[in-house]
Write a protein that binds this ligand. Structure first.
Ligand code: CFM
Ligand code: HCA
Length: 529
């Protein structure tokens, strides 16, 4: 508490009041650990958040390998979102892969004054001439919303003119309070125009969708490798490494798994409502989390052979990493970390750190909602076709309004005992008393908290990592993995531990002395001789 107050004390009363509500001294407050989140940042504060366009084009649509994405706007938005997020994809036989490209209408002043639709059409014509894509996405940036170009009409024109799929996304950067608004805009259009269109023949009765996995640094590939070993078929991944055809066929899966809850949660619910595919929240970050997730999935399918294969694969994967895990545990145990990432990793990575005995003393989300901090009550999910009284067929599901009514009091108590019911999600339940949760942690607060809490490592993104390094604190990027990865599942855990052990045992940043600390930085004369 006192550390938090030392940071807040720098603010004037208005900012103090606002920022205080975004901070929680865990277990040490009168507010039941409640936090203010998902609201607009006070103008003037150096936030690390992104914009709506970043969430739509960069996060959700960007990883779809064969969609030709045109950024409709001045060139800067396209250029600065080019190749920055490390979603990987392999080009299949006869498939396109546009991930390395950056396409934009490059709007100029005259287009802003007289309208940009003509230029957008020209860009589509050019794209068709040069690349012949089967799918074009149009993503608007801020000025397009202001001048009112009808990108949806242009998309309809392109579909008619070329017989392709063309979807427009009105994801102007200023919409909403963070990139979170962009996730919704992207997902709504995918739900409306993509999901459900495929007719691929699927014979595997253990078929899955992997939602909220963007294949950063190959995470999704590692998850898929593991699931395949057990006998599952991943029909679609939203959206890491997927093709349009994969996404079109997602309505044919038996179960949807949700890795990143923040970017895609309600799509899982919409798929369930429309196509009857249940979903469950899983987490493939961390060894313990991975084991639990694999067991939960097996429990859902409730097939003894599948359960046996699950256990065999878990044992084999554990055997493969055991020595490395022990080694890195001996190197990392007792270290402390601060984590500040988007909307889910600041929680998920605490599990992975726990695997190595690293304690998280400060954590926060850029744009998580209260639910990601505080969690919400879990109600048990019953497979629609299962005997509603058969408790074995019950698996964890966050919000199955329709099904929980079937359960008797006795069933609910049994589930509570088995820890299959209770609070789900929400980082606060996994944070120890005396640690801090800070929402929308800004540049200034980062600097101050690092000075006061002195964590051994600060996990963040590209915008804030230099704040840490300049303060002599080791930093690792948890968005991009600093060009490393995968960090998911069993083998990813070893990659992660290797990277942070390397950093911690190479304390270069703590030897750096800022030049202004050694000598005055003002030299020469001001205003003349
Ligand atoms: Fe989900 Fe993500 Fe995240 Fe996210 Fe992101 Fe990302 Fe992230 Mo960067 S979808 S909320 S909008 S897990 S891009 S892959 S790393 S902020 S914590
Ligand atoms: C985004 C994408 C981002 C940015 C990462 C960073 C990503 O929010 O626009 O700030 O380092 O993961 O690439 O979150």
């Amino acid at each position: 508490m006192k550390e938090m107050n030392r940071v807040l004390d720098h603010y004037n009363s208005k900012v103090y009041k606002n920022r205080k509500e975004h901070m929680v001294a865990v277990g040490n407050n009168d507010n039941n650990n409640e936090i203010l989140a998902n609201v607009r940042t006070i103008p003037g504060i150096i936030t690390q958040r992104g914009c709506c366009y970043a969430g739509c084009k960069g996060v959700v649509l960007g990883p779809i390998k064969d969609a030709f994405i045109i950024t409709h706007g001045p060139i800067g938005c396209a250029y600065y979102s080019w190749g920055t997020r490390r979603h990987k994809a392999k080009k299949g036989e006869g498939e396109d892969n546009y991930l390395q490209y950056c396409f934009s209408t490059d709007l100029q002043e005259s287009d802003i004054v007289f309208g940009g639709e003509k230029k957008l059409k020209q860009s589509i014509e050019e794209a068709m001439d040069l690349f012949h894509p089967h799918t074009i996405f149009i993503c608007s940036t801020c000025p397009v919303g202001l001048i009112g170009d009808d990108i949806h009409a242009v998309a309809k024109w392109a579909e008619k003119e070329y017989g392709i799929k063309c979807i427009a996304f009105s994801c102007e950067g200023y919409k909403g309070v963070s990139q979170s608004a962009g996730h919704h805009i992207a997902n709504n259009q995918l739900m409306k125009y993509v999901i459900g269109e495929g007719d691929r023949e699927i014979t595997n009765k253990y078929s899955l969708n992997l939602l909220g996995e963007y294949n950063i640094g190959g995470d999704g590939w590692e998850v898929e490798r593991l699931l395949k070993r057990i006998g599952y078929e991943v029909i679609s991944t939203f959206t890491g490494g997927s093709s349009m055809d994969d996404l079109k066929n997602s309505h044919q899966a038996n179960l949807s798994l949700v890795q990143c809850h923040r970017s895609i949660n309600y799509i899982a619910e919409l798929i369930e409502t429309k196509y009857g595919i249940p979903w469950m929240k899983i987490n493939f970050i961390g060894v313990e989390g991975t084991i639990k997730s694999l067991r939960d999935i097996a429990k859902y399918f409730n097939d003894p052979a599948l359960t046996a294969r699950t256990e065999a694969v878990i044992a084999d994967e554990l055997d493969f990493i055991e020595q490395d895990i022990e080694y890195y545990k001996s190197k990392l145990k007792g270290k402390t970390a601060a984590i500040y990432v988007g909307g889910s990793r600041a929680h998920h990575y605490q599990f992975l750190l726990n695997d190595f005995g690293v304690r998280t003393i400060l954590a926060g989300y850029e744009f998580g909602h209260r639910e990601e901090y505080e969690g919400r009550e879990v109600l048990p999910f019953i497979k629609p076709d299962a005997d509603s009284k058969n408790i074995e067929s019950i698996t964890v599901e966050p919000d199955p309004k329709k099904y929980h009514l079937y359960l008797s009091e006795e069933d609910i108590n049994k589930l509570k005992e088995e820890k299959l019911i209770g609070y789900y999600g929400g980082m606060v339940k996994d944070m120890k008393n005396g640690t801090y949760m800070v929402d929308d942690l800004n540049h200034f607060e980062t600097e101050e908290f690092l000075k006061i809490l002195k964590p051994d490592i600060f996990f963040s993104g590209i915008k804030d990592k230099f704040v840490a390094q300049k303060a002599g604190v080791l930093s690792r990027q948890l968005h991009s993995y600093d060009y490393s990865g995968p960090y998911s599942c069993f083998r990813g855990a070893v990659n992660f531990a290797r990277d942070i052990a390397m950093g911690i045992y190479t304390p270069a940043w703590s030897y750096v002395k800022a030049p202004w600390k050694a000598a005055p930085i003002l030299e020469g004369t001001v205003g003349g001789e």
